[in-house]
Design a protein around this ligand. Structure first.
Ligand code: SF4
Length: 425
């Protein structure tokens, strides 16, 4: 393998990273091209199963949250937020929503993807947060675009059969709605094929994020955050599975060659919340200088995982594709009760050998953050693992202080040392 690497400590630009850039460029170009040639355009929330749309001849989808994350990572998050704020939207609203509204209201100006083509249908769900429904309602009002809302029951335990049936009934409603709006006929076989592709992609993505099990870890969570983008834009396609297969293969080869992002790794950390998109390189590099690595995160399992765990749906057996998709509606963070979140975190602590937790209290995503104080107490009391709470905003850099965050993260590393010396390790 003749892989060319561009490396700075803690952050690696690999062949997979370059392939990822090409894939995302293609996804957004195909979206714009399809819309320009008359395809039916749907805007979706991240958990809406886009495999359903792949069952139609000429339906394309856009994911505003993913576009907002990309905008923040490319450094234009604040600019787009300010546009929304100048139109009267409060700074307290989720920064994804502000970036998206700022982008849409300025006709895609300053967007890394020239914005998103205007939708014919909006599809959201209430299992992330109610803000998301209100955010999509802005376009429903401003542009008179129909808004289909999937109602997903909150999950305190394993998903119940009756809840799954309730979700599937809404999927059928969504299919009928698109058939009526487009005149196209849904093909269940094509959606089944897309679910197979997603299931295989999940299996390969899991291989990749499990490179964190090794000591030192073969990846940083920042690598896996970056690789989440096509989980949203290419979901259900065969290209996604093959990209993740090559990604996992390349990562394993690097590890066998002794190449690790933090070779002197002394602290293995776990991140709880959405990625700090505006800080990926800065935070990973500065942590690496402290021989610390955030190796895994709850966020990387938020798309495609099944209820009750950070595990993905990797075992699709050719059954009813809508049933399989409904299992993934209750993913492992926001729409989850305390017990399941703690259970999933305890599993991660054992599986990855975590020394400390970083709870990122997110000014934008209150639903993700609200249980963190209780989780922090349980992580300390039950697992005996030190943790720290830092203030972030996933996409609005104005609500993040690097120095404040690092003062606390350095204190966490000292706590880990103290635990080790108590144990005589
Ligand atoms: S508040 Fe959280 S769950 Fe809701 S849209 Fe923003 S990031 Fe997503």
């Amino acid at each position: 393998m003749t892989e060319k690497r561009e490396t700075s400590k803690g952050f690696t630009k690999t062949e997979s990273g370059k392939r990822l850039t090409r894939m995302l460029t293609d996804d957004y170009m195909n979206l714009h091209r399809g819309a320009g040639e008359g395809a039916f355009v749907v805007w979706v929330a991240i958990i809406v199963p886009v495999e359903i749309f792949r069952g139609f001849d000429n339906v394309v989808f856009a994911v505003p949250e993913s576009h907002a994350a990309l905008s923040a990572a490319k450094g234009v998050g604040m600019l787009q937020c300010e546009k929304a704020e100048s139109s009267g939207y409060s700074m307290d609203i989720c920064s994804y929503a502000r970036i998206d509204i700022g982008t849409a209201m300025s006709g895609g100006k300053d967007s890394p993807t020239f914005g998103l083509p205007r939708p014919h249908l909006l599809v959201s769900n209430n299992n992330n947060c109610s803000l998301l429904v209100k955010w999509f309602d802005v376009y429903h009002r401003e542009w008179s675009v129909p808004h289909f809302i999937i109602d997903v029951p909150f999950c305190y335990e394993r998903q119940k059969d009756r809840d799954r049936a309730y979700i599937v009934a809404q999927y059928r409603d969504l299919i009928r709605t698109i058939e009526a709006m487009t005149g196209q006929k849904w093909d269940a076989g094509r959606t089944r094929e897309a679910v197979h592709n997603s299931s295989e992609a999940a299996r390969q993505y899991k291989r990749f994020i499990d490179c964190a099990v090794s000591r030192p870890s073969g990846i940083t969570a920042f690598d896996s955050f970056v690789q989440m983008a096509p989980l949203l834009t290419s979901r259900g396609s065969p290209e996604l599975a093959s990209h993740f297969r090559m990604l996992a293969d390349e990562t394993e080869v690097r590890m066998k060659s002794g190449l690790f992002p933090v070779p002197g790794e002394r602290y293995r950390l776990f991140w709880d919340n959405i990625a700090p998109w505006h800080q990926l390189r800065k935070m990973s590099t500065r942590l690496a200088d402290l021989d610390a690595n955030i190796i895994a995160a709850s966020y990387t399992s938020c798309v495609g995982s099944v209820e009750g765990s950070y595990e993905f749906l990797q075992d699709y057996d050719d059954g009813d594709p809508l049933e399989a998709l409904a299992r993934m509606q209750n993913f492992s963070v926001c729409p989850y009760g305390m017990e399941l979140r703690f259970e999933a975190m305890s599993w991660a602590a054992r599986h990855y050998g975590i020394d400390g937790f970083v709870f990122a209290s997110n000014r934008s995503c209150k639903v993700y953050s609200i249980m963190q104080m209780d989780l922090q107490k349980r992580v300390a009391g039950t697992l005996g693992i030190p943790s720290v709470m830092i203030d972030v905003d996933h996409a609005d850099v104005r609500k993040y202080s690097e120095e404040n965050a690092f003062v606390r993260m350095e204190a966490l590393l000292e706590s880990i040392d103290a635990v080790r010396s108590r144990k005589g390790a």
